[in-house]
Design a protein around this ligand. Structure first.
Ligand code: TYD
Ligand code: MG
Length: 482
């Protein structure tokens, strides 16, 4: 049995002679209620409320917040961009909106084992090379473990101060003394779920601990103008444990994603108080750590072979960056059990919709077919712009007819089988042309969009094949001969 934090026990406070106040806290989303509830009205979880004593200091803590700040008329405020700290990883800078803002709290969330610690250790090493001092605090790993990893990643460790500790009060004390000695400090806390504060109720990793620890770190970062990275594990449902509340407190939320079987990782901005959340960074996990992928389209198409049935290239958009990705589909007849649909990397409901549209509007009899759709490279695409690509891949496999050579495919599918325009079409077509695709199947372009596309193409040439319906697109996009 693990040690129980005495401050979570009402008797402890009674013993200390203080009036005991308790609230019920939902362990899923952090909602507080004065009485027990069986069903959380916020996150719909059942039986998730746990009675928790509130430390009397909690109220006094809140009262001590007065900073003496006065309201200022906005027009009198001097215009100034946020100064940015440029980190050694260009892909991380890009996702952060051009660099790290001093005093910001950045949460990097991801499944266990995806590479968060590796990413932050490498980022720390690059920052240390750039004359910054990094405090790397781990509540998960011992110093020897981290040293082993650093050696594997060819990191000397100069300028990186490591501390294996999970008591946040002790950590803040160490950070204070480090800050007094060193300028240009950058802090990494790995992971927030292992941090705890003695004066806060709840076990380590509970909502109340995670929330309070994050709040203290946020305050410390702002007071000292030191940027802090924290890592957070996501639950099976894909939310950072202690979710909504945690994401509200921090300035930036990044998710580090990827399929376990694939070596590619995507760092995605989900919230950013200092920039857009449109950006993604793409990395590859190698045996010497993460390396940036400079030309993602080329990488994701590396095993693509033209002229295979069921295989189509789509110019998807990851953040503001066009990315050419191969979509594969396989249909097999199945007369004995209900037909199955398997979607890897695309939305399952979108696949059902596309199969239904193909059946009804293009006359493809898919009701006795199993359909498997796969995005190669382990990427997840969930924008409607790839609908036509999926439809063409399915039709190509079903009819056993190859897509025409050197073709990229774009377009959203409507329920009536009509094709709809897609955002930023000129950048997508431009990327296809840059990578040597000769033609692009698109929805009908308005004259204005057609001229934008033409302008953005410069000297590159690509033939645009416009279709207004899915049936017409299949007719134009699939070879007549097998
Ligand atoms: P880690 O950074 O510990 O993940 P997290 O902090 O998100 O839990 O990454 C662990 C995984 O990364 C592990 O499965 C091994 C793999 N890995 C490599 O493939 N190459 C490397 O150089 C390193 C350091 C890790
Ligand atoms: Mg880790």
């Amino acid at each position: 049995m693990g040690l129980v934090n005495p401050s979570s026990c009402p008797i402890y406070w009674a013993y200390k002679g203080e009036k005991v106040k308790t609230v019920f806290i939902c362990q899923q989303c952090g909602k507080e209620s004065p009485k027990w509830l069986g069903h959380c009205p916020d996150c719909e979880a059942w039986n998730s409320f746990v009675e928790t004593a509130i430390s009397p200091s909690r109220t006094s803590l809140r009262q001590s917040y007065s900073t003496g700040n006065k309201p200022q008329e906005l027009s009198q405020v001097e215009k100034g961009a946020f100064p940015r700290i440029h980190l050694g990883f260009g892909e991380v800078n890009r996702v952060l909106g051009g660099g790290l803002v001093p005093g910001s709290l950045v949460l990097v969330g991801g499944e266990p084992g995806i590479g968060k610690s590796t990413l932050l250790l490498q980022t720390s090493a690059k920052a240390a090379e750039d004359n910054k001092t990094v405090a790397y605090i781990s509540g998960e790993e011992a110093i020897n473990q981290v040293k082993l990893r650093a050696e594997r990643l060819n990191i000397s460790g100069k300028g990186i101060y490591f501390l294996s500790e999970s008591n946040l009060a002790a950590i803040l004390e160490s950070l204070e003394s480090l800050r007094a000695q060193q300028s240009n400090l950058l802090v990494v806390i790995d992971s927030i779920q292992t941090m705890c504060l003695e004066d806060v109720t709840g076990a380590t990793g509970s909502i109340s601990q995670v929330r309070e620890c994050t709040m203290r770190l946020e305050r410390w970062a702002k007071q000292n103008n030191v940027p802090i990275f924290i890592t957070g594990h996501v639950t099976k449902e894909g939310a950072i444990a202690g979710p909504g509340t945690l994401e509200h407190i921090v300035d930036v939320v990044l998710y580090f994603e990827g399929e376990p079987f694939s070596s590619y990782r995507v760092l995605r901005g989900v919230k950013n108080r200092f920039g857009s959340t449109n950006e993604v960074g793409i990395f590859e996990m190698t045996n010497v750590g993460l390396s940036e992928v400079d030309n993602p389209s080329q990488v994701f198409l590396s095993s693509f072979r033209d002229g295979i049935t069921g295989s189509v290239v789509v110019p998807a958009l990851e953040g503001s960056r066009p990315l050419l990705v191969e979509i594969q589909a396989l249909t097999t007849s199945n007369s004995f059990s209900p037909p199955r649909r398997i979607a890897n990397g695309v939305d399952f409901n979108r696949l059902l919709l596309i199969a239904a549209v193909l059946t009804k509007r293009a006359g493809l009899k898919l009701f006795n077919q199993d359909i498997i759709v796969n995005v190669t490279g382990g990427l997840k695409l969930n924008e409607p712009a790839i609908d036509l690509g999926i439809a063409l891949a399915i039709a190509s496999s079903f009819r056993d007819s190859k897509p025409i050579p050197n073709l990229a495919v774009l377009g959203e599918l409507g329920l009536n089988g009509e094709l709809r325009g897609v955002p930023q079409i000129e950048r997508r077509i431009g990327e296809a042309a840059r990578l040597g695709f000769k033609s692009c199947l698109t929805p009908k372009l308005t004259p204005a969009i057609a001229s934008t596309v033409k302008q953005s193409l410069n000297d590159a040439s690509i033939q645009l094949i416009e279709a207004s319906s899915v049936a017409e697109a299949l007719h134009l996009g699939l070879s007549k001969s097998k």
